[in-house]
Write a protein that binds this ligand. Structure first.
Ligand code: PLP
Length: 824
């Protein structure tokens, strides 16, 4: 939301050539995504361009949503829409992103309160969140959502600053030289914080100090710049560049403006602020790690500089929780899905969360549990917007909690129930009545909504498989970029998407616009259709029994022999249906498939079954990840190509041709043909050196420590006393065993888990539901997390240790392990 402006004003602000046919319109919203337009009439749509998309392609959709103001790039003007685009205003600029930034800079200039700008290599999002939370106990505070700190994220953050806010906290991040200058023009911080300077993104910068000076441009106009004195390079540089009266330093020593000493103790830390008059204030925090303590002290200093009284800061610091910027969905009772967003409540965040809710698999109902927004004077506008959002995202039921929300939303068309407090809702019958619904739980911290999540959550044992859908997106684009633009991509989601859960992953892939999906069995395909997947689905292993399902759900079977071909051909004819089929050619795998020599028989058969339409022909390569067999792989490709040439000639039309799996895509790029079949790489497992370090792991299997024991040298552990304590030390019993998919071959030191970042080897035999690990020398307590598969664990190496491959480990994760999905 921005302050209302006229089209003429907009043209001036963004320096646009314009064609204004509706000068009377008033503009108060900014849109960049045609699917998320709420109030088209008052929106100006900026046609931005990204790696995979171009906003100019969606102008028609915007028009249909009521948008009449369009910012477009000069190379796409004029827009010729025939009768469409009547009474519209067009603003033509050389670069639409720069225009968006100009509008953001203007919106920023309307705001008269202090603006905190934060940059640095590490910790900026956390400092922003924590400072935002501290400030919001005293002021109406706007802050960037999530880590919106880029050339696009910053303008979007600035549009969420409203006139009623008293202070804004914005984060700035850069990856290329020159970017900070543009961010500075928008943010214009009055108070700056420079967090830790690490080595992130350093490949584009020539040296540490160039990188630092670039970052410092953010603070060109600040009244105060906060920095940590112990960071040598930082201190030396800022003290050289900025006049002393604009600098605010802190450190553990007495040489700085704020002297902040830390004492760690069991269960948390105390931070002492020693004032010049030697009086001391103490802040209690549960955090003990260095990074958190540094970030926290930045936030304390900034809150002090902004005039918050120390007592309020003390109270606020105690309430800070770890920042988890991810939205997670969890299984709830009675077949519900919960989206846990109990951290804070603001409009920008609500929209993001509702969007995430829409991306979840379909349920009968959508329910939003929402708290009051923090004390806002002119709350009417905010709650009106909430109603708009509820309608736009088709929320079926609102549960409003708090004294304000009830009186502000009651008259809307939304079906709603209101409670004065969280306790009242927890005690009601309503909370036990939800069934087959997606429930978004979003509320300010003081409402304690985690209790609602707890009450609604399905109680299962503490082992979870977290699926990071952002990582999936990353891997998808990684492979997509390696392919010629016309080559299609089929994603293998067989075996429950390599263990990750077929429905959610297929749903996400559908949003990424993958071309094809492939499953192993027709049941899996039927299930995807039931959950609303409309992409074409190839089924690898079919039999005659599957025919009704295949036809009912429009699945596309792989036909691999004359026998199966006849069965399907006859049936299709009998029921007068067309079936799209795929032909598997055995070029050397010796598994399923037509022999290349059968080309004549095959085409004759196909001609006698016109109801079978050949959608594709493919072969599967035996050893794409193993250079030793490259001559054989090339031979397979040659056999397949010869077959294809003859086959298409005889068939009379050309189906899609494909051969490559994950390792093949990178190692045999000349053979990508019309399509490739991406499996394990999509899930972030690198099976060839060409993708090493380029993929992001999608699944993280984790559990918790149930108990810790102190043992002596030579103590025996577990079944058959197979484990022997090598020295005096500690072991932890963790809550997963071979029934969860932790292979029993990991027993006796062949496997390990990560606890607080350190390797804890398995000691003794893996049990059915539990495993003991040696944690001697590791700082751990009961309830801590143990990472079983995930970041920091080389899955291919771990697998080869016990004579298997990562595929088996992933697909072996038991269905009793709860899957949790998240998306940043
Ligand atoms: C599983 C499978 C793939 C994918 O293999 P990855 O190595 O996981 O990429 C491709 N083609 C066929 C026929 C498969 O069965």
């Amino acid at each position: 939301m921005i302050s209302s402006i006229t089209p003429i004003q907009l043209a001036t602000i963004i320096h646009a050539d314009h064609k204004i046919d509706a000068p009377e319109l008033s503009i108060s919203h900014v849109g960049i995504d045609s699917r998320k337009l709420l109030d088209g009439k008052t929106t100006v749509f900026f046609s931005l361009r990204g790696g995979q998309w171009d906003g100019h392609d969606f102008l028609n959709n915007c028009y249909r949503s009521g948008v009449r103001n369009f910012v477009i790039a000069a190379d796409r003007a004029p827009v010729s829409g025939g009768d469409d685009f009547e009474a519209c205003n067009f603003f033509v600029v050389p670069d639409t992103l720069i225009a968006l930034q100009a509008l953001a800079a203007w919106n920023r200039a309307q705001f008269k309160g202090p603006v905190v700008g934060i940059t640095g290599s590490n910790g900026k999002t956390i400092v922003k969140e924590w400072l935002g939370q501290l400030l919001s106990t005293a002021f109406l505070t706007a802050k960037s959502p999530k880590s919106f700190n880029s050339q696009l994220g910053v303008p979007l953050s600035i549009f969420s600053i409203a006139p009623y806010h008293q202070v804004a906290v914005l984060e700035a991040g850069i990856s290329l030289p020159g970017e900070m200058e543009r961010l500075e023009k928008m943010i214009r911080p009055s108070v700056g914080i420079l967090t830790n300077i690490g080595t992130a993104h350093s490949q584009h910068f020539t040296g540490e100090s160039q990188k630092l000076e670039e970052k410092l441009t953010l603070f060109n106009q600040t009244d105060y710049l906060i920095y940590r004195k112990e960071q040598g390079l930082v201190a030396a540089t800022v003290e050289r560049v900025f006049p002393k009266e604009r600098l605010v330093s802190w450190s553990e020593n007495l040489d700085s403006d704020y002297h902040l000493r830390v004492k760690k103790q069991a269960g948390g830390s105390r931070i002492f602020l020693v004032k010049p008059d030697l009086s001391i204030r103490t802040f209690h925090t549960p955090f003990t790690d260095e990074a958190s303590l540094e970030n926290l002290r930045h936030a304390i200093v900034a809150a002090s500089v902004l005039g918050m009284d120390p007592q309020t800061i003390e109270l606020g610091v105690q309430q800070l929780r770890p920042v988890d910027m991810r939205l997670t969905s969890k299984s709830g009772r009675r077949n519900c899905t919960l989206i846990d967003d109990t951290y804070n409540n603001d409009l920008a965040g609500l929209e993001i969360a509702l969007d995430f809710m829409q991306s979840q698999r379909r349920k009968k109902r959508r329910i939003l549990v929402l708290s009051d927004f923090p004390q806002i004077k002119h709350s009417e506008k905010v709650y009106n917007r909430v109603v708009q959002l509820l309608n736009h995202y088709q929320v079926d039921q609102l549960i409003g909690i708090g004294p304000a929300i009830g009186s502000s939303v009651a008259e809307s068309e939304v079906s709603a129930d209101f409670f004065d407090s969280t306790e009242e809702f927890l005690a009601s019958d309503l909370i036990h009545s939800f069934e087959d619904a997606v429930i978004l739980i979003k509320g300010g911290r003081t409402f304690g909504f985690e209790r609602i999540v707890h009450a609604l959550e399905e109680q299962v044992h503490g082992t979870v498989l977290e699926i990071n859908l952002n990582a999936l997106t990353h891997n998808f684009h990684f492979y997509k970029q390696k392919l010629p633009p016309t080559t299609k991509l089929m994603a293998m989601v067989k075996a429950a998407a390599y263990g990750g859960g077929a429905t959610e992953i297929a749903n996400h892939l559908q949003k990424l616009k993958v071309d094809y999906l492939s499953v192993a069995y027709s049941d899996e395909g039927a299930q995807l259709r039931e959950k609303g997947i409309t992409l074409p689905i190839m089924v690898l292993n079919v039999s005659a029994d599957n025919l009704p399902q295949i036809i009912q759900y429009r699945l596309e079977p792989v036909i691999y022999s004359p026998r199966i071909l006849r069965i399907f051909g006859e049936h299709a004819q009998n029921v007068q249906e067309t079936i799209a089929i795929h032909l598997d050619i055995d070029s050397g795998m010796r598994r399923l498939g037509f022999e290349p020599s059968e080309v004549g028989e095959l085409t004759d058969l196909l001609k006698s079954y016109p109801n079978l339409r050949v959608q594709s022909i493919f072969t599967h390569l035996t050893s794409t990840d193993n250079a030793e067999h490259d001559p054989f792989t090339l031979r397979q490709l040659e056999v397949f190509q010869e077959f294809t040439a003859e086959f298409t000639q005889r068939l009379g039309y050309r189906p899609l041709v494909h051969a490559l799996n994950t390792a093949g895509i990178l190692r045999f790029p000349d053979h990508s043909f019309d399509m490739v079949r991406l499996g394990i790489g999509l899930y972030g497992i690198s099976v060839d050196h060409l993708s090493a370090d380029k993929l992001q792991q999608v699944g993280t299997l984790k559990t918790t420590i149930s108990q810790i024991k102190e043992l002596k040298k030579d103590d025996r552990i577990g079944y058959n006393r197979a484990g022997i304590m090598p020295d005096h030390g500690k072991i932890a019993t963790i809550g997963l065993g071979y029934a969860d998919g932790f292979d029993r071959r990991f027993s006796n030191g062949r496997g390990y888990v990560l606890i607080n970042g350190q390797k804890a080897p398995v000691i003794g035999n893996v049990c059915m539901d539990m495993t003991m690990v040696n944690i001697t020398g590791i700082d751990a307590k009961e309830g801590d997390e143990a990472i079983v598969f995930g970041e920091g664990i080389d899955l291919p190496k771990l697998a080869s240790h016990i004579g298997t491959i990562p595929y088996e480990l992933l697909t072996g994760i038991s269905s009793r392990v709860k899957r949790v999905y998240f998306l940043d």
